[in-house]
Design a protein around this ligand. Structure first.
Ligand SMILES: Nc1ncnc2c1ncn2[C@@H]1O[C@H](COP(=O)(O)OP(=O)(O)OP(=O)(O)O)[C@@H](O)[C@H]1O
Ligand SMILES: [Mg+2]
Length: 421
């Protein structure tokens, strides 16, 4: 029998504590080890009982739940805090998460909601391996042994389109899986922090997301980051977007930058799915990318937007040599040809993915990307494999199409500053 999850209940109202205790009393894997009626008592009880989970009320007289959480985590860093509150505003959630909370329960909650949150947080608690022990434990999952390709120059690659619905997420996912199937160590990052699509398209219900490490921004390490990734059957690892739109604002640019840096040290390729709106994180991702895969379609609106995007890049001195042009939903029957797009953009179209009326969307809706679920001989699957091969070839090259060094291109800072500074 595995150890029980040791829970401490903190709330200033005795009835609430009693209700929560009752909700947990028949759970065989949970043990309530103590109760506290205010922040100071909570700190003392945490010190004494070293609980796995602390259910923490926010509004308490004296030391409130947020301050208590901060102190408790210094004393018992292994404790995982779940905030309980009637307040659901983003600011409360943000402050609680910044104080180190792992989850948030809105009062009143059901027994199911409570136990699900406790088990989820417990199962996904960061497994912090002491540095000395790392060597012996690293290979437990069989995948951390280094099959990393040290000759990769296009480490961070973002999929972007200035026109929504062009197929960025679809291509980013299928490409990332295509690379993983070829044996590369790949992580996909969903940078649409408000309305990320990758979890649905990959049929994942991530228990952990990018938001879970915001309070650890200053001391992120490989083990912590691994603990919030979600593994896909293809071998791809995914850093999913937060579960709720209001959590997006918790992700600061410094934190996001640090995450991307760490991931680029851990993986052969970091594939970032961005959104068409030039949000701050999107710009950050584009700035840090060694290559940007620009997803175009054969219609005038897309071309007009791409032109504006190029113009903006030129004005602010952004290095657009690192842009690779791809056409998605390609079809001969459109008035604008692939050749027209290359001519208009003054660069070659590196690869095209054909329009597939139903298959791609159906596969995404079923949560199994078409590169895995589609017929191998179908045009769309073939074009996705070709896209993977072409991009892989370019990403493994040190130089961009125009002879610029890809690493240096990504190092060039200032886009963001010039745009918003
Ligand atoms: N090659 C294709 N053939 C047919 N449909 C496609 C193709 N690629 C993508 N789609 C469909 O187009 C729609 C938009 O795709 P997707 O969500 O990947 O685009 P996006 O650029 O990420 O959009 P958003 O702006 O919402 O982030 C989806 O329904 C997807 O299934
Ligand atoms: Mg998308």
């Amino acid at each position: 029998m595995t150890d029980k999850i040791r829970v401490l209940i903190v709330d200033d109202l005795p009835e609430t504590r009693e209700n929560v205790r009752k909700l947990l009393q028949f759970e065989l894997d949970v043990e309530v080890v103590g109760q506290a009626g205010n922040g100071s008592q909570a700190i003392e009880a945490a010190r004494q009982h070293k609980p796995d989970i602390i259910l923490m009320d926010i509004n308490m007289p004296g030391v409130d739940g947020i301050s208590a959480s901060e102190t408790v985590l210094k004393i018992v860093p292994t404790a995982q805090i779940i905030i309980m509150s009637v307040q659901s505003e983003a600011d409360y959630i943000r402050r609680a998460m910044l104080a180190g909370a792992r989850d948030f329960l809105m009062k009143p909650f059901s027994g199911d909601e409570l136990t699900t949150a406790i088990r989820r947080v417990y199962e996904n608690r960061p497994q912090i391996v002491p540095a000395a022990a790392e060597g012996s434990q690293n290979n437990q999952s069989g995948d951390s042994g280094d099959n990393r390709n040290s000759d990769v120059f296009g480490k961070i690659v973002s999929f972007y389109s200035p026109k929504g619905g062009a197929g960025c997420t679809t291509l980013a996912i299928n490409f990332a899986i295509g690379l993983a199937l070829k044996g590369h160590k790949v992580v996909l990052v969903d940078s649409s922090f408000q309305f990320g699509d990758t979890a649905v398209m990959l049929s994942q219900r991530p228990a952990t997301t990018i938001v879970d490490l915001v309070d650890r921004a200053s001391d992120l390490d490989e083990e912590m980051i691994k603990s919030v990734l979600t593994r896909h059957d293809s071998g791809l690892e995914v850093l999913q977007a937060p579960p709720r739109p209001e959590m997006a604002e918790m992700i600061t640019l410094d934190y996001f930058e640090q995450i991307l840096k760490n991931l680029s040290e851990m993986f052969d390729f970091v594939v970032v799915d961005t959104s068409s709106a030039l949000s701050d994180p999107c710009i950050m991702a584009l700035e840090m990318s060694h290559r940007i895969v620009l997803v175009a379609q054969q219609n005038l609106a897309t071309l007009a937007n791409i032109r504006r995007f190029f113009e903006l890049m030129r004005q602010i001195g952004f290095d657009f040599q690192k842009i690779l042009l791809i056409v998605n939903k390609a079809n001969d029957r459109y008035g604008i040809s692939i050749q027209d797009i290359g001519d208009a953009m003054k660069r070659p179209v590196l690869s095209t993915v054909v329009l597939d009326e139903f298959g791609v969307t159906q596969a995404a809706d079923q949560g199994v990307p078409i590169i895995l679920s589609g017929k191998r001989g179908s045009k769309v699957v073939q074009s996705l494999h070709k896209l993977t091969d072409e991009l892989e070839r370019v990403l493994l090259k040190k130089e961009t199409a125009d002879g610029a060094d890809a690493e240096a291109a990504a190092e060039k800072k200032g886009f963001f500053g010039r745009m918003f500074g």
